[in-house]
Design a protein around this ligand. Structure first.
Ligand code: GLU
Length: 504
């Protein structure tokens, strides 16, 4: 599927609004988008909402929103409009009916008046046969049709599947695929409620919307012969077609909730960056040189084409995504970028109740210097509120185990002697100068007869209530002179009060 006529390429993503946007659907949408953007074609978003029973109202807005969050945009479709609308299939009912009439008139489709009860019975009788409908209404006489109509039965419309032969189509990724038509049903095209079935609406719309390339999940391969035969019945040429691989979990089973998040909204809420998710999805089933893994969006657009899409199954590994997300946070996001991404999560955790700090304010500068300390350590945005909490609250929840670490061979006596001396030492300088602070505290450790590590761990615990933090002197610089002195004093009084307990 190499494109020679750049600009004439028109692709579509055609999600059914039956729930949140699944990562597998997003994978297919991304491949369509990259392929189309690479060839400077037109992306169409079409909402396939003919199945009214399975419709989930919130997904009508949620799916376009999730695509937009991923940075997958469309040139025609909901919100943007376009010359081939409407882009909701539920608004195209009359069009499908008109085309169904055309097929009937041409002898390629027929009215079926069979009741649901009859169909159920026949299905049971034919349980061992490849097709479940016995084609009862395929050749009804005009008189029989008129009688059924007069009896008030609303028919469905069925496709007149050829009775024998084979149908072969060329999949641009997988090569030739052949089906025996004897195994194919006289499929329903229009239901008795007047709504078109997916297959029919999909074919009509791909034709009327001038789609040139169909790129969709491999679960649609069994439907492709019907689609091809519909195109033939109308005398139309089928667009180029390719089926991408479905995402599997590391156990090679269909990707599901058992493996972790599956909807794009969940990934967002779990602190995954859209650029990391897009990068990761792009390298599942496509590769540039079998080794490069990190690609910017522009690089993907420049490099992506279908000749490097592999038809084998594609493993989605949450751990790998997490690694990639960490890589983006640690190495590729700017500090301002990270700050902007972190803010909703910090606000969600109750920080900044009076609104997010604006760039240029001291609060914003404090936040960015706090995030600078954590930037290299975090893998998901959701980790940030917990990681930085002690920078934003002076209420440190001390515990004796942390403050008077047995591992460091500290005792309450040692700590109570050291803490006021550390405070004096710090008060004589300024924690803004990291090297100077380190030199002065190293000297103090010598004076107190402590190892550097012992004193530093005590100070770290006094300032943060934790044993694992970013580098001590950088964290003191960010906390600032005043907070450092106040927290050393707070730790000292806490320890005086809890001394007995700590000594036990
Ligand atoms: N509405 C179908 C789906 O959501 C579209 C399949 C296709 O791309 O043709 O899976």
């Amino acid at each position: 599927m190499t494109a020679t006529n750049d600009g004439a390429i028109r692709t579509r993503f055609a999600p059914s609004p039956t729930g949140d946007l699944h990562v597998g659907t997003a994978h297919t949408a991304l491949f369509n988008w990259l392929f189309t953007r690479h060839h400077r074609g037109t992306v169409v978003l079409r909402i396939e909402d003919t199945d009214r029973k399975r419709l989930v109202e919130r997904s009508l807005g949620g799916i376009p929103e999730a695509l937009a969050w991923l940075g997958i945009d469309w040139d025609e479709g909901p919100e943007v409009g376009g010359p081939y609308g409407p882009y909701f299939q539920s608004e195209r009912k009359e069009i499908y009916l008109e085309y169904a009439e055309r097929l009937i008139a041409g002898g390629h489709a027929y009215y079926c008046f069979c009741s649901p009860e009859r169909l159920a019975r026949v299905r049971e009788e034919r349980a061992n046969l490849p097709t479940k409908y016995d084609r009862h209404c395929r050749d009804l006489s005009p008189a029989a049709i008129a009688a059924a109509r007069a009896a008030g039965i609303t028919p469905t419309v069925r496709f007149k599947m050829p009775l024998e032969g084979q149908v072969t189509f060329t999949d641009a990724i997988r090569g030739e695929i052949t089906f025996d038509v004897r195994n194919l049903e006289d499929a329903i095209l229009i239901k008795s409620d007047g709504y078109a079935l997916y297959h029919f609406a999909n074919v009509i719309d791909d034709k009327l919307m001038a789609i040139s390339h169909i790129l969709r999940g491999e679960d649609w391969i069994p439907s492709a012969p019907l689609h091809l035969l519909l195109y033939r019945a109308f005398g139309w040429e089928m667009p180029l077609i390719a089926h991408t691989q479905l995402l599997l979990g590391p156990d090679r089973k269909k990707l599901s909730k058992r493996h972790g998040a599956t909807s794009i909204q969940e990934f967002r809420d779990n602190g995954i960056l859209p650029e990391a998710l897009v990068n990761y999805l792009a390298i599942i089933g496509w590769s540039w040189d079998d080794k490069t893994e990190i690609f910017s969006r522009d690089e993907l657009i420049a490099k992506f084409d279908l000749d490097r899409v592999k038809p084998s199954s594609a493993i989605f590994d949450h751990q790998k995504l997490e690694w990639m997300n960490g890589h983006y946070i640690n190495h590729l996001l700017t500090l301002d970028g990270l700050t902007a991404r972190a803010l909703p999560f910090l606000a969600g955790a109750g920080l900044f109740p009076r609104g997010a700090p604006a760039p240029g304010t001291p609060e914003y500068d404090y936040l960015t210097s706090v995030l600078a300390l954590e930037k290299e350590r975090i893998k998901r945005l959701t980790e940030i509120p917990e990681a930085v909490a002690y920078f934003f609250s002076d209420e440190i929840a001390y515990t004796q185990d942390v403050l008077v670490s047995k591992k460091q061979k500290l005792t309450p006596e040692i700590a109570l002697a050291a803490l006021p001396r550390a405070r004096e030492t710090l008060a004589a300088g300024d924690v803004a100068d990291e090297a100077d602070t380190e030199a002065r505290l190293t000297a103090l450790a010598g004076e107190l007869g402590l190892k550097r590590g012992q004193l530093f761990m005590l100070i770290r615990a006094a300032l943060t209530g934790r044993t694992a933090t970013p580098g001590l002197f950088a964290l003191m610089r960010v906390l600032g002179q005043e907070r450092c002195l106040a927290r050393l004093a707070a730790a000292e009084s806490w320890l005086r009060e809890h001394r007995q307990a700590a000594a036990d």
